[in-house]
Design a protein around this ligand. Structure first.
Ligand code: G1P
Ligand code: ZN
Length: 546
């Protein structure tokens, strides 16, 4: 054994380290249980191929536990013969920046410390995500193998405690492990400068175009200040809540109308700003707003696709697009007109990975405020913000007008997601399984004045590797193209979360100016009656409506 390395024995393995859609996500308290973090890291280091002698990119969204985890990973990596760790000052590294760094450095893998949009702090959540050499989330085969390893672990190896300095860029070492601390913003900014027309955007922002960006005291603050204020000339203060805090200032760093309500009120309730945006804890999600205009994420993907050739990085056109199943079909209509393929994948960014790697798609997105492209292998919040700004800089029209023109050309997909959070697990699974069993009998039944044409549990065959993923959500497809989808969240940490996705299409000749909740009202009551949502959850309204 290398000198300075301790072999710690575990009385029994932890049985609850099964990674979900986005890695292992648990309460901070749970991660502070003795040996808990170490057990999961040991399983990663023992399972990921090429760790010995390899390079790991390590960093996180700055939440409580970030620095401690980086030190633990460094000490364990040293014990496992890792050659190099690339980490960042204060350990601040957004998920998209980590994806980029893994690719730039041709690293073996990345370990990202984040529970994404979940609250942080001692009473909040923490998380550990593993990304592969392509910069994307580890495939299920790998996370399953990591989980299997945790279940039979009898101990782990760790180097003696060290004094890891993350305060400034520099090189340090533990045994034969080199630790390189870099500025986590530089490489990401360089990538953005390759994709977008910074001169045009700077010109837009200098012509009476005030913007507000809310970093929600999470990881994007330093990135947004550099990009929007320093490089693009937005006045100081355009980036709000730009200081990353360990508990995100007590907030819930999820950029939607409920949790980013300060920003929403500024944009929807005043004329002070022409454009607003927010990102989540680890910087991969985005919400885009115009003056008195909310852009729903499904529409955002469609608008980016329809306008992509206005942006230098996408001027040659798109190979194809993809969206997750619950995302509205707004992008499908654009893809059809552009004559490019549109893929429908299960929820979770990892399902875009093969399509991106194979060059079959250029843009992809999810209704959950996730948008991205082939520039990295994660969704990318600030990339989406810059993409919108580049389109606005070219078109010089208000966001609301861009949306109105989009709908009058392609029709409008009224869309909403209703989340019922922290339901008792039994109630949620009972509700879900009941509807699942009813599916075959529902075909041909009437529903909200229409007829149910298809009722199924979504399954996906990956067009690149042929792998099958089933059990991805219950779909009721109606004869007029409307649909309702039920899913149980794979990322919550308290009880279960039921997501109800509602969608109804109105062609360009129809009424394009309705309130989405009103336009979807009949679907909302019909699914409640069918699935007995209110009675079974004991909640008379959703926790979050998007
Ligand atoms: C949620 C979103 C999903 C996204 C994931 C990670 O997962 O719905 O689109 O990929 O977070 O950001 P869920 O909680 O629904 O399983
Ligand atoms: Zn996130």
């Amino acid at each position: 054994m290398t000198s300075g390395v301790q072999q710690i024995r575990l009385d029994q393995p932890f049985s609850d380290q099964k990674p979900g859609t986005s890695g292992l996500r648990k309460s901070s308290r749970q991660f502070e249980t003795p040996h808990y973090l170490e057990s999961f890291i040991e399983a990663i280091l023992c399972t990921v191929p090429g760790v010995q002698g390899g390079t790991l990119v390590v960093g996180g969204d700055g939440r409580y536990g970030n620095r401690r985890a980086i030190a633990v990973i460094a000490r364990m990596a040293a014990a496992h013969g890792v050659a190099r760790i690339v980490t960042t000052t204060a350990g601040i590294l957004s998920t998209p920046a980590a994806s980029n760094l893994i690719r730039q450095r041709q690293a073996t893998a990345g370990i990202i410390l984040s529970a994404s949009h979940n609250p942080g702090g001692p009473d909040g959540d923490f998380g550990v995500k593993v990304n592969g050499a392509n910069g994307g989330p580890a495939p299920e085969s790998l996370t399953d193998a990591i989980y299997a390893c945790t279940q039979q672990l009898d101990g782990y190896q760790i180097h003696d405690a060290i004094d890891l300095n993350l305060d400034a860029p520099g090189e340090q070492s533990i045994g034969s492990l080199q630790i390189e601390v870099i500025d986590g913003v530089d490489d990401y900014v360089a990538l953005m400068q390759k994709l977008f027309d910074f001169d045009q955007i700077r010109d837009l922002l200098s012509h009476n175009f005030p913007i507000a960006f809310d970093a929600m005291h999470a990881v994007t603050g330093p990135y947004a200040k550099r990009l929007l204020e320093e490089l693009l000339g937005a006045p100081a203060g355009s980036v709000r809540n730009g200081e990353p805090l360990e508990d995100f200032g007590g907030g819930h760093p999820d950029p939607n109308l409920t949790y980013a309500h300060e920003l929403a009120e500024l944009l929807m309730g005043s004329d002070a700003y022409r454009f607003g945006a927010a990102c989540d804890g680890d910087g991969d999600r985005n919400m885009v707003l115009g003056n008195r205009c909310f852009v729903n994420p499904s529409d955002s993907l469609a608008v980016l696709a329809a306008n992509a050739t206005l942006v230098p990085g996408y001027a040659a056109g798109l190979a194809g697009v993809a969206r997750s199943m619950p995302t509205s079909a707004a992008a499908d209509v654009v893809a059809k007109e552009l004559g490019i393929p549109c893929f429908e994948t299960p929820t979770g960014w990892k399902f875009f990975g093969n399509l991106l790697d194979a060059g079959r798609i250029t843009l992809c997105g999810e209704e959950s405020f996730g948008t991205g492209s082939n520039h990295i292998r994660e969704k990318d919040g600030l990339w989406a913000v810059l993409f919108w700004l580049n389109i606005l800089a070219k078109r010089r029209e208000p966001v609301a007008q861009i949306m109105a023109e989009h709908w009058s050309r392609f029709g409008r997909h009224y869309y909403s997601r209703h989340d019922y959070e922290a339901i008792a697990s039994d109630a949620a699974h009972g509700l879900y399984n009941r509807v699942k069993e009813m599916l075959p009998a529902l075909v041909g039944q009437s529903f909200a004045g229409r007829t149910i044409a298809t009722a199924d549990d979504f399954a996906y065959t990956d067009p690149v590797d042929g792998s099958l993923t089933s059990g991805q959500g219950l779909r009721l497809l109606l004869d007029d193209g409307s649909r309702v989808v039920l899913r149980l969240s794979g990322t919550g940490t308290q009880g279960a979360t039921l997501r109800v996705y509602l969608e109804s299409y109105v062609p360009p000749s129809g009424d394009l100016n309705q309130d989405p909740q009103a336009a979807l009202g009949d679907l909302i009551s019909a699914i409640d009656a069918l699935a007995e949502i209110k009675t079974r959850t004991g909640m008379n309204k959703p926790t979050v409506i998007t």
